[in-house]
Every structure is written in structure tokens, then in C-alpha cells.
Design a protein around this ligand. Structure first.
Ligand code: C5P
Length: 239
């Protein structure tokens, strides 16, 4: 019998997952941590936002799992690094769509399509493809539970809904968008509920996740705590 060579897997590439509800600071913290480590970064929420936008642009009903999944599978997405201090450019089928993604409507569409099992399946391999040497920091809702269950370190980041709404309000205002605090709080609660109650990959901490409440901490304090946890894990795993 012919001997099969060992398949090349990405499993030697370490992953740190940061999951949690919207506005917990995952994105900012994950990007800073990735930069500090010199690792890649996956904003998985952007994948769902892009799928929602791509389906809307094609006139597909966002409740139709098979049709949205088909769009998600076919879409060509590029995350293009921008200049220092500038957000990464998101290019969908050749068009820059960054601004359309970060709106509240973009988040609402994302959470609708994220509840569809076929869409989640369609995006699974696209997300796993980000696992490249020397390492990956992955931010989302199910990074530690479903996408990278073998991650070296899993963080579940929380903060109160009120604080998250306030942070989002400030963020939107700074970017020159219109924002209404009570409405943002309602939308955050609605989105949390939909994310936690869906059957496909609901928002919940992995059993082996470290739970971190970011409410009393600054961004750099959270990054430092995660870096310290990673240091301990590295020592335990000897890599
Ligand atoms: O993180 P962000 O707010 O960009 O995510 C938008 C929406 O995408 C979330 O409300 C959630 O419904 C969905 N999502 C998800 N699984 C992920 C990342 C995001 O279901 N891993």
C-alpha cells in the first residue's frame, strides 16, 4: 500500500480567540493584540456584514438561507491594509464597502444572516483561511466554540449593555455619523438577544474560555491582561 504523506494542516499555527457581544471592545482589543504580537487578525463580524450587504445588493431576501449562502460562498472579499492608524479597507467584488459595513443597518443585516445555518457553513472555510503563520487573533461570537475550537487561548469579553451603547455612540459621533443613545441601547439589546437565542452557533462562552469583564478596564489594560494570559499559556504549552 502506498504510504500517505502527513497532510499539511494549519494546526501548528496558534490562534487566540476573542468572543463576546457587540461593543465589548473585541475589535479594538483584538487588533491591538495582533499588532503587538505581529500576528494576523480576523474580524469575523465583517464577514457577516459583507454577506448581508452582498445579498442586499443582489436583491436577495435576507431570510432565505440557501440563496444568501450561495451569495456568501461566491463573494470575493479582500481586506486591504491601509496606512498607519487608518482602518483596513474592505473590498467586496472589487468595490470598497467599508463605510456601508459599519453602520447600524450593516450590523442588523449581519445579525439576520448570521442566524442562518447555511450562511455560517459557507463562511466557515473563509474564516479558517485566515489561520496563517506566525499566528492569528480572531474576533467574533463563535471563534472559540466553532471556528477555532483548538485555539491556544480563548477570551470571552463582556461589558454592560449601557456601557457598550455609550462606547458605540461615541464611536459613531467621532466618525461623523448620526447617533441616538436610547435607540443604540435598544438595538444592542435586540442584537444580543438574537445572537444568544439562535440555534446555529449562539453567542456563549466556550467552556474553556477565560471570561473578562472590560467595564472597569481601559483598552490597554484589557490588552495587557490577555497578553499576560497568553504568556502563561505559552509557558504551559512550551512554544
Ligand atoms: O462584530 P460585529 O458587530 O461586526 O458583528 C455583526 C453581527 O455578525 C453580530 O451581531 C452577529 O450577529 C454576527 N456575528 C456572528 N458570528 C461571528 C461574528 C459576528 O454571528 N463570529
Amino acid at each position: 500500500m502506498k504510504q500517505r504523506s502527513t497532510p499539511i494542516t494549519h494546526h501548528t499555527v496558534p490562534v487566540v480567540t476573542i468572543d463576546g457581544p457587540s461593543g465589548s471592545g473585541k475589535g479594538t482589543i483584538g487588533q491591538l493584540l495582533a499588532k503587538q504580537l505581529g500576528w494576523h487578525f480576523l474580524d469575523s463580524g465583517a464577514m457577516y456584514r459583507i454577506a448581508g450587504l452582498a445579498a442586499t445588493l443582489k436583491g436577495v431576501d435576507l431570510s432565505q438561507d440557501a440563496s444568501v449562502a450561495e451569495v456568501a460562498r461566491a463573494m470575493r472579499v479582500q481586506f486591504v491594509p491601509a496606512g498607519p492608524g487608518e482602518p483596513v479597507r474592505v473590498v467586496l467584488d472589487g468595490h470598497d464597502v467599508g463605510d456601508e459595513l459599519r453602520t447600524e443597518e450593516g450590523g442588523r443585516r449581519a445579525s439576520l444572516v448570521a442566524a442562518l445555518p447555511g450562511v455560517r457553513e459557507a463562511l466557515l472555510e473563509k474564516q479558517r483561511a485566515f489561520r496563517q503563520a506566525p499566528g492569528l487573533v480572531a474576533d467574533g461570537r463563535d471563534m472559540g466554540t466553532t471556528v477555532f475550537p483548538d485555539a491556544i487561548l480563548k477570551i470571552y469579553l463582556t461589558a454592560s449593555a449601557e456601557l457598550r451603547a455609550e462606547r458605540r455612540y461615541k464611536q459613531l459621533k467621532e466618525k461623523g455619523f448620526d447617533a441616538n443613545l436610547p435607540r443604540l441601547l435598544d438595538e444592542i439589546r435586540e442584537r444580543d438577544q438574537r445572537d444568544a437565542e439562535r440555534t446555529a452557533s449562539p453567542l456563549k462562552p466556550a467552556p474553556d474560555a477565560s471570561i473578562l469583564d472590560s467595564s472597569p478596564l481601559s483598552i490597554s489594560e484589557v490588552v495587557d491582561r490577555i497578553a499576560a494570559l497568553l504568556q502563561t499559556r505559552r509557558a504551559d504549552c512550551s512554544w
